[in-house]
Design a protein around this ligand. Structure first.
Ligand code: WTA
Length: 644
């Protein structure tokens, strides 16, 4: 396949040429401690220097970086830029859902807002190490609250605003949080989202919550439970706007972010202070080739890891102006992104393939009517990007002048792992290309042997630790070990399939475990199945993914109903509603098919491969199904299958 060359615009003023990449990469894998130690001293401000760069035991999943060091993440994201003379420089530009209002916060203003919230949290009893659950939607106070937690050493756990009350409940219980920060209502595509009300339902019978802080956003009337709920804006009016940043140990927890795995229960991915911040900021600087005056816009939601690392921590640690918006790519119409890019003269834009595909469908005129000449780098993340979407992004949006960076990484990795650097390598649509500094990806076969031939698919693992790596599953280190380090001892297993080509470029093929990627959001099939079972309507359920034009992958549910339940539209609707209430709207299956049985082997294992084929539209070719206990069930399922 042809390599798309490095655009001229990317070369001028770059932070990293190919020669520099090769040199640094070689050094980073030859002596990781020396490399990361140098970077950590150069790029972060420490209260106390670390004494040991790393202490790693992959067999016990024991990972520590920058031992003995003391640091504060919020200080590194705010105060040090002010000290360097950037106090009046824009830190966060926020635009509201309707697109009718925007506000730019300088580093000085961010500091004042963050300190006020930090002081309120402190006076209300929040201490270092306490967990704070945040459920706010995309408003600037969300960013300030996260940074305020970081300032006082509280551990935040942000929950995506599209998740349901049950998701809040399980996360509050798992993290044993005592405090929730929320907002009266969010706004999304013109509609209010009743966030506070959802919190109320989520923690109705949870008695560990002492305080619910509520920001006013839409001003809607909401219920306040006396003794528990307080309007934080009132407390902020009298709060002091300075607050000393807590001295944190490098390995103190910074945040927990829940993500789906192949079992029923989402896991609390735990990231710590220094390693995470170094890795987020360095990847941000190099992969987007950030320049001093850049305006940077990542259109992800802060409820996901992309928002944590590349709206908040990475850009702010680099002193970059980060654009944050409350809305969706299609509201009020499909020109939203391009309009914002023109308005704020955005240089670097980062979004997901699913958004790109929906914009392709909406038509080129939305893009063309806006001036995009400020753009230099266009990024994508979340799932494999199909060639058509890549080429559209490159030609129509970037007019062949911008570098496309397809970035592969995970909640667990903290930051980007495999991606092109804009002025270091050419690109191939669909390939995330080469590893970042310090990252040693390998492809292994079932037996765990490293595959050394190009173009042979296997499982993607990473040898050696990197500072941004997650440290544990909150409260369940055993699960951390089993999930990531047990299958291929001595390596971190990503759960993705991949191969590399003769140029050494990596191609990510998607999950090899039972995790679906719907519009870039992760859901475990077991998690969706247990949610459907808990509706009380289904006796047995099997969930698979199938290819979808916009979402990448969509959800297909095969359901054996309980004896007394009608197989009609009402049941179908109730099941979808149940998923919406127990996980969230993004997890609602596209198809629910009622089936008389499931294709099981004699040992009782569901042959998902057959179900995936049926969901994808296959009617005849199922390969070898002779090991099924009842092979005739396959044709019965085919007969009742539903085309999405
Ligand atoms: C998938 C999102 C191909 C992958 C940052 C991974 C990708 C999962 C890419 C992590 C990409 C992410 N190309 N696949 N550029 N980026 N993925 O934790 O399957 O929400 O394991 O992190 O998304 O999803 P997560």
């Amino acid at each position: 396949m042809n390599i798309y060359p490095i655009p001229d615009k990317s070369r001028e003023g770059t932070n990293c040429t190919n020669e520099e990449y090769l040199k640094l990469y070689e050094a980073s894998v030859r002596s990781p401690d020396e490399f990361w130690g140098d970077q950590a001293r150069k790029r972060l401000d420490w209260f106390k220097d670390f004494t040991k760069t790393s202490e790693l035991d992959y067999h016990k999943a024991d990972i520590k970086w920058f031992l003995g060091g003391e640091i504060n993440v919020s200080y590194n994201c705010i105060d040090r830029h002010i000290k360097a003379g950037k106090g009046d420089h824009a830190a966060i530009i926020w635009e509201n859902d309707a697109g009718t209002f925007s506000r730019s916060y300088t580093f000085n203003e961010v500091l004042a807002e963050v300190c006020k919230i930090a002081n309120v949290l402190k006076t209300q009893g929040v201490k270092k190490g306490d967990r704070v659950v945040i459920y706010m939607g995309m408003i600037p106070q969300l960013a300030f609250t996260m940074l305020a937690c970081a300032r006082i050493g509280a551990i935040h756990s942000v929950i995506f605003g599209g998740f349901s009350q049950d998701a809040i409940r399980t996360r509050v219980l798992d993290s044993q949080a005592r405090v929730v920060v929320t907002v009266d209502e969010g706004m999304r595509a013109g509609k209010p989202v009743s966030l506070k009300h959802t919190v109320d339902k989520g923690i109705e019978d949870v008695d560990i919550i002492d305080r619910v802080f509520v920001f006013k956003h839409t001003g809607a009337a909401i219920n306040m439970r006396s003794g528990r709920d307080v309007f934080i804006d009132e407390l902020l009016e009298t709060a002091a706007s300075t607050c000393e940043a807590e001295r944190m140990q490098s390995e103190d927890p910074l945040f927990i972010l829940y993500t789906s795995g192949s079992t029923g229960k989402p896991k609390g991915v735990l990231h710590t202070q220094a390693g995470y911040l170094l890795y987020a900021s360095m990847t941000h600087r190099y992969v987007f080739d950030i320049r001093e005056e850049d305006v940077y816009f990542c259109a992800a939601d802060i409820g996901w890891i992309t928002g944590h690392s590349y709206i908040i921590y990475g850009p702010l640690a680099n002193g970059t102006t980060t654009v944050m918006f409350e809305s969706t790519p299609l509201y009020p119409d499909a020109s939203r992104y391009w309009k914002m890019i023109e308005k704020y003269k955005v240089n670097v834009f980062y979004t997901a393939p699913t958004a790109i595909r929906s914009l392709v469908k909406a038509g080129d005129e939305h893009v063309k009517k806006h001036d995009r000449s400020s753009l230099r780098v266009l990024g994508t993340v979340g799932e494999p990007i199909n060639k058509d979407a890549w080429v559209w992004y490159y030609r129509t949006v970037g007019e062949e002048k911008c570098a496309i960076v397809d970035t592969w990484w995970q909640t667990e990795t903290g930051g980007i792992m495999i991606a092109p650097l804009p002025a270091a390598n050419g690109t191939k649509p669909g390939s995330a290309t080469r590893p970042f500094f310090g990252i040693q990806p390998v492809i292994v076969d079932e037996a765990g042997n490293e595959i050394t031939d190009p173009d042979v698919s296997g499982k993607l693992c990473i040898k050696h630790s990197w500072p941004g790596q997650m440290r544990t599953v909150y409260g369940d280190h055993e699960r951390f070990m089993k999930t990531y380090f047990a299958d291929f001892p001595g390596k971190y297993f990503t759960g993705d399939g991949a191969h590399y080509d003769k140029d050494g470029y990596f191609w990510i093929e998607g999950r090899v475990d039972d995790v679906l990627n719907v519009s870039g959001h992760r859901f475990g099939t077991a998690e969706l199945e247990s949610a459907l079972i808990s509706s009380g309507l289904a006796a047995e359920v099997a969930i698979v993914g199938f290819p979808h034009d916009i979402k990448g992958e969509a959800i297909y549910a095969y359901v054996i109903l309980k004896d007394n339940v009608e197989s009609d539209e009402t049941t179908r609707k109730n099941m979808k509603l149940h998923i919406k209430e127990s996980i969230g709207g993004v997890a609602v299956p596209d198809v629910v098919q009622f089936v008389p049985g499931l294709p099981k082997t004699r040992s009782g294992k569901i042959m998902r491969r057959v179900l995936r084929k049926i969901a994808a539209g296959e009617r005849e070719q199922f390969g070898d199904i002779t090991t099924l206990a009842e092979p005739e069930i396959v044709q019965k399922i085919v007969a009742g299958s539903i085309k999405a």
